[in-house]
Design a protein around this ligand. Structure first.
Ligand code: ADP
Length: 474
């Protein structure tokens, strides 16, 4: 159990959570601020346009030629309290014709700009001489045939005030909110991770003591259930391979004990009385026979353990299966002659395969060896080589058919297990150690092929090897 690392994950999760939240709040504040500013200035603009239209209707020239504003409108609009209204009117020549009371002598927009307010309502923002920032709109309006430029300037201070307050409140609230989020986030992370710690504790107990135990699956469909499922699977595989290993060691011990016991008893019996040199020679001969079985057994075991532990890579190349079978038949020829068994090879198709020739020959030799060993003398072994198709892949197929007792349906898979023998006594008599087919299957699988026993169409055993074909060059 490693609570330290889970605490690190918890802290990291919390930090991430807080950081993401902070980023969201900052982005939200910025966007909300911009929108609010835009909305407020927009509102001012709308008010200004409305006021402009009101003012335009109220401007008039007095009989003495002065421009004036009918003041009775001032009591009507409700929102005027909010904003400072400043107003000036310029003649076409740029001379100031009118400034309202609040404006006094304050210069609102400077000299008349070319085209200012002609087309529609011109807007700009500027700072006045008294330091007030305003939004100014200008519009040209004809009074008694004089195109006058009317300027209305509204203070932006209330807007800036509101913006300041908005950011201040959010700025003060943010650290508090983030602190609360950190506390909540840590609690959440702890809650989310606690089943994981539970799983770790349980797994540690299981691997330390009882491999047969499994993790409890509270909810197999959520992520933790998935972890528990994977761990359980792993435990099952571990348990299976431990069992296999234990079984293998006890099999090996058993296999070694039998020839050793035989050597020992032959020796003990031999020593019980004086014997003729011929008798001694015979005793030594049978001891040597058992010794060579031992050697063969140990060689087989060594080869399997070496290849399995180092996982040596097969060097695959294009080889002709027919050639390999010929070579293998040559290697078992002496044995076949002793049994008066003939081996016939029939090739019905091109047999180029992708394989490791050494491994392939090893497998074929083991199968042929069995075919000879388990057949009565004087029989025939038929090797039929041809092509076949499985799904989309093109395969080369070798069938090795003998005239022995065959293998019962139930044993056809088991004979590939190490040390498995159908008839222990017969197999031992035949000099078998129970590794031949296990080695053959391993070798063929390294060549990406398969080997199995199929139901024969006439008495005997039918061993089938299939390997990926190499397409013949066009
Ligand atoms: P062994 O060294 O005992 O031959 P194998 O792994 O080569 O070990 O074979 C396993 C068992 O399969 C043999 O003990 C034998 O009982 C059976 N077997 C293998 N090949 C044949 C065959 N051609 N005919 C009958 N039985 C066979």
């Amino acid at each position: 159990v490693t609570p330290r690392s889970s605490r690190t994950i918890r802290t990291r999760l919390t930090l991430w959570y807080v950081a993401v939240l902070a980023a969201i709040v900052v982005i939200y504040t910025a966007v909300a601020g911009v929108l609010q500013y835009w909305q407020l200035t927009r509102q001012i603009y709308h008010d200004q346009v409305q006021d402009m239209e009101t003012v335009e209707a109220l401007l008039f020239f007095t009989p003495d030629g002065r421009l004036d504003l009918r003041q009775d409108y001032l009591s009507t609009p409700a929102h005027r309290l909010l904003i400072d209204r400043l107003m000036e009117v310029l003649s076409p020549a740029g001379e100031i014709l009118y400034r309202n009371e609040r404006t006094g002598t304050l210069d609102l927009g400077g000299p008349r700009r070319p085209g200012e307010g002609k087309a529609s309502f011109d807007t700009r923002r500027l700072r006045l001489a008294n330091g007030v920032r305003v939004q100014l709109i200008s519009h040209v309006h004809s009074v008694d045939g004089h195109p006058l430029l009317i300027r209305l300037a509204y203070s932006l201070d209330p807007v800036y005030d509101r913006m300041r307050r908005f950011f201040l409140i959010l700025g003060l609230a943010m650290p508090l909110a983030l602190a609360a989020a950190a506390v909540a986030g840590q609690g959440l992370a702890r809650r989310a991770l606690s089943p994981l710690e539970h799983i770790a504790r349980q797994t540690a107990q299981i691997t330390a003591t009882r491999l047969g135990d499994r993790l409890a699956l509270d909810n197999p469909d959520d992520e933790l259930g998935h972890i528990a499922y994977v761990v359980n699977n792993l435990l099952s595989r571990l348990e299976a391979s431990f069992e296999q290993l234990t079984q293998f060691s006890s099999d090996v011990a058993h296999e070694l004990r039998t020839p050793l016991a035989a050597i020992r008893s032959v020796g003990e019996v031999g020593l019980q009385q004086e014997r003729t040199p011929e008798a001694y020679r015979e005793i030594i001969g049978s001891m040597l026979e058992e010794t060579s079985r031992l050697t063969e057994l140990i060689d087989g075991l060594l080869m399997m353990s070496r290849t399995e532990s180092t996982n040596v890579g097969a060097t695959l190349s294009a080889v002709r299966l027919a050639d390999i079978v010929q070579e293998a038949a040559g290697l078992v020829e002496i044995l076949a002659q002793e049994q008066r068994t003939t081996i016939e090879i029939i090739e019905t198709a091109d047999t180029m395969v992708e394989a490791d020739s050494l491994l392939l020959r090893l497998a074929v030799v083991n199968v042929l060896h069995n075919a000879i060993k388990y057949s009565p003398g004087g029989g025939q072994i038929m090797v039929r080589l041809g092509a076949t198709q499985r799904e989309t892949s093109q395969l080369v197929r070798a069938e090795i058919h003998d005239q022995g007792p065959g293998i019962a349906e139930a044993d056809r898979e088991r004979v590939f297990e190490r040390f498995y023998r159908v008839d222990t006594a017969r197999s031992r008599d035949a000099g078998g150690i129970g590794l031949g087919l296990a080695i053959a299957r391993w070798a063929i699988s390294r060549c990406n092929g398969t080997i199995r026993f199929e139901h024969p169409d006439h008495p005997g055993a039918r061993c089938v090897i299939e390997l990926p074909a190499v397409p013949r060059p066009a």
